[in-house]
Design a protein around this ligand. Structure first.
Ligand code: HEC
Length: 146
């Protein structure tokens, strides 16, 4: 292979890795993560898009949510109507980050678990499902559900 072609192909392979942001550690206490991930500020409108998006959160595949423009909502999980009144922001954050810390048998994916804790993940999956900013956006949206 010519050096130029090699460099070009290497860059193509590097691009997805470079796009992955560094994992930000968090601390759970009393079934809550009280501090926003990385001190980031969530945006509720973006969070609403993420929970409905098939490509991002896809929360509506399991949960019913007050998002009427999406007709199909799953019934595998409890509806999230009013969840912002039942749980604090910190409790919501822990459940989005890793519901398995609340219920080890849950079918809900851990959206922000330390990738190093997965056993030999395929490189495509060696990152969190949502970014730290996306988790904060989703939490900001869930808080509004009262
Ligand atoms: C594969 C199905 C599935 C998906 C996808 C899913 N969840 Fe869940 N979720 C559950 C189940 C089932 C529960 C019930 C508790 C348990 O199993 O631990 C739950 C519980 C919760 C709770 C706690 C509700 C309560 O009243 O205590 C919150 C909050 C939550 N999910 C938010 C989300 C958000 C936000 C997303 C998307 C980013 C999401 N879930 C995606 C299945 C899912």
């Amino acid at each position: 292979m010519k050096p130029a072609a090699f460099i070009f192909l290497s860059c193509l392979l590097m691009a997805p890795l470079a796009a992955q942001e560094a994992y930000l550690p968090w601390r759970a206490e009393n079934f809550a993560i009280t501090q926003p991930l990385g001190g980031l500020r969530g945006d509720a409108a973006r969070g609403r898009e993420i929970v409905a998006s098939r490509e991002r959160g896809n929360c509506i595949s399991c949960h019913m949510l007050p998002i009427p423009e999406h007709p199909m909502h799953g019934t595998l999980a409890p509806p999230l109507f009013g969840v912002g009144a039942r749980l604090s922001a910190g409790e919501l954050r822990l459940r989005v980050v890793d519901e398995k810390l609340v219920n080890p048998d849950t079918i809900m994916p851990a959206f922000y678990r330390d990738p190093a804790r997965y056993h030999r993940p395929h490189p495509d999956y060696a990152s969190t499902i949502l970014s730290a900013q996306e988790v904060e956006d989703v939490v900001a949206y869930l808080v509004t559900l009262r």
